[in-house]
Design a protein around this ligand. Structure first.
Ligand SMILES: Cc1cc2nc3c(=O)[nH]c(=O)nc-3n(C[C@H](O)[C@H](O)[C@H](O)COP(=O)(O)OP(=O)(O)OC[C@H]3O[C@@H](n4cnc5c(N)ncnc54)[C@H](O)[C@@H]3O)c2cc1C
Length: 386
């Protein structure tokens, strides 16, 4: 068993780490305080990050992407999420939606939309959740009814990351709610061709990462924009969720490591009782717990990405990584605040941002409880969902 990154991956890690430290880290706190990123700001960042492989990371070279592996993705995103998780979200959702389009779209659609996404000119998102449909994805109510050459889309999506700034939305809908999972399909909505309403939702953490409610009212989408057909749609959408879970896990690993780094720095500088607090055993205990949990989370997460690289579905591994890493990051970031004392609650130090950001990842892409039920189902062969 080899736990080491390859030489190329180490080089990628070092190069991107240097760039992020010098160019992106100094901007993160101020941008986070400002709230959701504008489209123009996002374009600027996407173009800066493109040379490192952040756009179209997993898209094949044949489709104009980088053709990198899931482990490369993990290396890129562990670094970015630790420096600026909100930006990592904008980039990650655009890049993962591009990957979905390249895997499921027809060649005409791919040729039309991918170049803009891979150059950083366009932004994408994926819309599953609805006001009354969260954990139970099979109960989707948004309707897509075929009418001649178009699907007519009606329904509301909510909590959609990048929703206010996205040019393309991969919408999961149902062709027939009475069919349950068998009726589910996915359509790519091009905002300039098929307009829809978007409303920003303010949230606790990853504040630069826009989150929106999207309203589709008799929204006509060309039938060529079908990504996933009814029947196959649900299974493939669930497979995409395993990758999304790994992504939430790697974001959490990045945030947790940043919280450790900040705490180690602070503990060495801050003196009480005439000595650095780093020397107190109870502070060391907190640091030791933070390091052990983060290393365990990192191993589980890289293993899950490794399974995806090997062509596995990663259902169990993705859920284990997501459940463990996202909850661990909340504990780690909370201890980082504790080590900073009152200063940990102030905007003078980045740990309050890490704490708020970490708290956001136990919910999307299936809550911790849902991950546990998936793990239980994989291990026991008996589903608690039905
Ligand atoms: C930051 C953020 C970004 C997001 N981005 C996107 C996005 O880009 N696209 C998108 O489609 N969605 C997105 N979501 C939505 C997200 O996927 C849902 O919030 C999530 O699936 C949970 O659904 P819910 O919030 O409706 O909670 P609910 O499903 O209503 O769950 C509420 C509570 O009940 C528990 N619960 C539910 N069912 C069970 C059960 N069977 N057994 C035990 N407990 C259960 C849950 O664990 C939770 O504690 C995002 C959410 C957040 C917070």
């Amino acid at each position: 068993m080899d736990f080491d990154l390859t030489d190329e991956q180490r080089m990628l890690q070092e190069t991107v780490r240097r760039f992020l430290r010098d160019k992106i880290a100094p901007l993160a706190d101020a941008f986070d305080r400002k709230g959701p990123m504008t489209k123009q700001e996002a374009h600027g960042f996407l173009k800066d990050l493109k040379p490192f492989g952040y756009l179209g990371t997993l898209v094949s070279e044949e489709h104009g992407g980088c053709g990198l592996s899931h482990i490369d993705w993990a290396v890129l995103h562990e670094e970015l999420r630790g420096v600026y998780a909100g930006l990592g979200g904008v980039v990650g959702i655009t890049s993962s939606t591009s990957h979905g389009i390249s895997g499921s779209g027809n060649e005409a659609l791919i040729g039309r939309v991918l170049p803009g996404l891979l150059s950083g000119e366009k932004i994408a998102c994926t819309a599953i959740t609805e006001p009354n449909v969260g954990s139970d994805v099979s109960a989707i109510q948004t309707r897509a009814v075929l009418d001649g050459d178009h699907y007519v889309l009606n329904g509301t999506k909510t909590w959609i990351s990048n929703g206010t700034i996205a040019d393309y939305v991969a919408v999961v809908a149902t062709s027939d709610p009475s069919k349950g999972a068998a009726g589910i399909l996915q359509l790519l909505v091009e905002r300039d061709v098929s307009p829809f309403e978007a409303r920003e939702i303010k949230k606790l953490g990853v504040r630069s990462f826009p989150t929106a409610e999207l309203v589709f009212e008799d929204c006509r989408v060309p039938k060529e924009n079908l990504l996933l057909t009814p029947g196959k749609g649900f299974k493939k959408a669930l497979r995409g969720l395993a990758f999304a879970r790994c992504n939430a896990a790697i974001a959490s690993v990045g945030i947790a490591q940043a919280a450790i780094d900040a705490s180690v720095r602070y503990a060495r500088e801050r003196t009480q009782f005439g000595r650095p607090i780093a020397g107190f055993q109870l502070v060391q205990e907190m640091i030791a717990d933070m390091v052990a949990e983060t290393e365990a989370a990192r191993l589980l997460t890289y293993r899950a990405f490794f399974v995806l690289d090997k062509g596995g579905a990663g259902r169990k591994e993705g859920s284990i990584a997501k459940a463990y890493a996202t909850e661990a990051a909340v504990r780690v970031a909370s201890k980082a605040v504790q080590i900073h004392g009152a200063y940990g609650l102030s905007e003078e130090y980045p740990v309050e941002r890490y704490f708020r950001d970490a708290r956001c990842y136990t919910i999307p892409d299936g809550t911790t409880e849902i991950q546990k039920l998936i793990i239980g189902r994989e291990v026991l062969g008996s589903s608690a969902f039905v």
